[in-house]
Ligand binder design. Structure first.
Ligand SMILES: [Zn+2]
Length: 450
């Protein structure tokens, strides 16, 4: 019996059974087999071929594979570290509805967050924004008049079914933001209707109005019932257990943003507005109450403001808010305005009625997705100076209640209770009004606007 065997040096030996040394060594396997075959035939025996790699070669190959694997692991680690490769989050590759956020590893789930800009049931400007984040209910401001509480309650009770608002924010002490918290005997207020866990409000006020006193009395009563109360200043300074950041769900949080008028006085009550950023992964939603220009500028200075998916139009679309410094920082995609469009509540100058022409001129550079809750009905009246103006005498829905959500592609989806028409396409915006014999467009979209 002969054995043809591959050697450590890659050559082929032909070894006679029982011998330790090879009879002959060949470079090629074919030659070795030919030789072994010839020898075996001559001696009337057989031969076999052993192709098993010698141990030392196996070791070499093993080491090479190990080194390649190690290099591959290091490269993978570096790519993950640089964010070039994402590891799948649990379950998200199984569900098309889930989408991973690009920057923060947060999973966006459709329906987890909805933001509702509410109609208030009258023709007065006023704010109330309801936010549903998972099971958490948040109310920012509560409308223009005591009766707004009923309007708000009738709407949010379909979402908030446990009678508890985990967070309440009262941005500043003006009637059009706090009236609904208080209510009246015939119209129970939000504080009467809901248990409130955390109440965050203004650090200062100038007004000594009865409504602000009533608000504070009701707020303090909530505190005796177990609510926590922090001012925006407390949140920034961490006083009394307050914090600036509040986690709502695994993916959603909000933070109170810093601005100078939490610490110093302003002649304008609006500047005391509590400012809040809602964060859903890397998607941001900004609420600044009625903050005015100087306040907005300090907001830009004191915070690293990100691009915002949605911005609640500052101060009901006033010409004095939503200024360029703020808009340039947040570059909003969608702007929702809580106001009664074209109401003469504060002015008989058509351009300055909410949402003002100046506001539209500035916002138009960033987006045409502007929505407005309510629309004024009017008749032509004459002011003290003898000029005609549209005098508000009723209201109807413009977009109505504006509901904002994100879809799985991280796009802002806007659903409104009345219609989905963006401001620049509305009948009101494009209507012509004749005043003192001259006709004018109610609003114009600036050239170069979106
Ligand atoms: Zn206001």
């Amino acid at each position: 019996m002969y054995v043809v065997r591959l050697n450590n040096d890659g050559k082929w030996s032909v070894i006679k059974d029982g011998n330790k040394r090879a009879s002959k060594v060949f470079d090629s396997k074919v030659e070795a087999i030919a030789y072994a075959s010839k020898k075996a035939m001559a001696e009337d025996t057989t031969f076999r071929v052993e192709e098993k790699l010698p141990t030392s070669i196996n070791k070499k190959i093993f080491i090479v594979i190990l080194v390649i694997l190690l290099i591959a692991l290091i490269v993978l680690g570096v790519l993950i570290g640089l964010g070039k490769i994402k590891l799948p989050t649990q379950g998200n590759d199984l569900d098309d509805d889930l989408k991973e956020d690009n920057d923060t590893d947060v999973v966006i789930q459709e329906g987890e967050l909805s933001i509702h800009f509410l109609e208030l049931g009258n023709y007065y400007a006023g704010d109330s924004v309801y936010i549903k984040a998972g099971d958490i209910d948040i109310l920012i401001d509560a409308g223009s008049r005591a009766s707004s509480a009923t309007t708000i309650h009738n709407y949010i009770k379909q979402y908030c079914t446990d009678g508890k608002l985990e967070y309440v924010i009262a941005t500043h002490a003006h009637e059009d933001h706090i009236s609904g918290f208080v209510g009246t005997n015939s119209n129970p207020g939000i504080f009467d209707l809901y248990e409130c866990d955390v109440i965050i409000d203004y650090a200062f006020k100038n007004t000594s109005s009865q409504i602000s006193k009533n608000y504070e009395a009701k707020r303090d009563k909530e505190v005796t019932l177990g609510a926590k109360h922090y001012t925006a200043k407390d949140c920034m300074e961490g006083n009394n257990g307050a914090t600036s950041k509040y986690k709502l769900t695994e993916s959603i949080s909000f933070e109170i943003l810093d601005q100078r008028y939490y610490y110093e006085s302003s002649s304008d009550e609006n500047n005391y507005s509590v400012c809040m950023m809602l964060n859903y992964g890397d998607n941001h939603f900004l609420f600044t109450g009625d903050l005015e220009k100087e306040g907005e500028e300090s907001l830009v200075e004191k915070n690293k403001l990100p691009h915002c998916k949605v911005f609640k139009g500052g101060h009901h679309g006033s010409k004095t808010s939503s200024n360029e410094a703020l808009l340039a920082a947040i570059t909003p995609e969608v702007v929702c305005v809580c106001c009664c469009a074209g109401s003469s509540e504060y002015t008989d100058n058509v351009d300055n009625m909410f949402p003002t022409q100046d506001f539209i001129n500035r916002v138009a550079r960033y987006t045409n997705r502007v929505y407005v809750t309510t629309l004024a009905k009017y008749t032509i009246a004459t002011n003290k100076e003898g000029h005609e103006y549209p005098k508000v005498n009723g209201f109807e829905s413009m977009n109505g209640n504006i509901v904002v959500t994100l879809n799985s592609s991280l796009e802002v989806v806007v659903n409104c209770s009345n219609n989905q028409t963006v401001l620049k396409e509305t009948e009101w915006f494009n209507s012509t009004i004749v005043l003192d014999g001259e006709s004018r467009k109610m609003r114009t979209w600036p050239e170069g606007g979106k």
